[in-house]
Design a protein around this ligand. Structure first.
Ligand code: GRF
Length: 211
């Protein structure tokens, strides 16, 4: 069994998708939030999953918060740390400690549009295709070896909210799949590239507009 520790800051819908996927060989050791009011905490607790809160506002600086967070996480002996809407910039020491065993999902096709307001950035740039990316976490925000990407069309009447909802649907499919691949030992790193063992080749094509 591989232990997963999932970090959230809010509603935790990606955390829910990963829990609901019942990934073979994975055990959800804990769900941890930096915000006491994160809605996802109650959802996890109701399902008998261990939950913990570490409020970043109680710490003087990033270094001391990240050190305490790592100690809390390591108490659950994680094989994989899963960032699921965890809205914190992480220190270099923290990301180095979990190198190769911490994943994040970002709602854009990285390396385009890292950071906040990513959907509005995609709309403003006139993109016809947007999407989401699961990647290993490095010290650079929303950057790191890419495990998987999912794409969706952008329509002319899209708002930040409609595009976010369309991308979120893909996130809920992509993230459990990527976590399952990690748990099954199918991911290996080759510099900035990720090799997925036994990947099914696909000829699927998304073109927008189609004609
Ligand atoms: C998701 O869009 C995720 O990609 C981003 O923050 C959002 C979190 O949503 N990093 P949820 O808490 O998983 O519902």
């Amino acid at each position: 069994m591989k232990n997963l520790v999932i970090l959230i800051s809010g509603r935790g819908s990606n955390m829910q998708a990963i829990v609901d996927a019942k990934i073979p060989g994975a055990r959800i050791a804990a769900v941890i939030s930096n915000r006491p009011d994160a809605a996802g905490l109650a959802w996890a607790a109701e399902r008998g999953i261990a939950t913990a809160v570490l409020d970043h506002k109680q710490f003087a600086d990033r270094e001391s918060f990240d050190a305490a967070l790592a100690e809390l996480i390591d108490g659950y002996q994680p094989d994989l740390v899963v960032l699921a809407g965890f809205m914190r910039i992480l220190t270099q020491g923290f990301t180095a400690h979990y190198a190769g065993r911490m994943l994040n999902i970002h709602p854009s096709l990285l390396p385009s549009f890292p950071g906040l307001h990513t959907h509005q950035q995609a709309i403003n740039a006139g993109c016809r295709i947007a999407g989401c990316t699961v990647h290993f976490v490095t010290a650079e925000l929303d950057h790191g070896p890419i495990v998987a990407q999912g794409a969706v069309p952008v329509f002319h009447n899209d708002t930040e909210a409609t595009l976010a909802a369309r991308v979120l649907e893909q996130e809920h499919r992509l993230y459990p799949q990527a976590v399952a691949q990690f748990v099954a030992g199918r991911l290996s790193l080759d510099g900035l590239r990720v090799l997925v063992a036994d990947e099914t080749p696909t000829s699927a094509r998304l073109a927008v507009p189609l004609d």
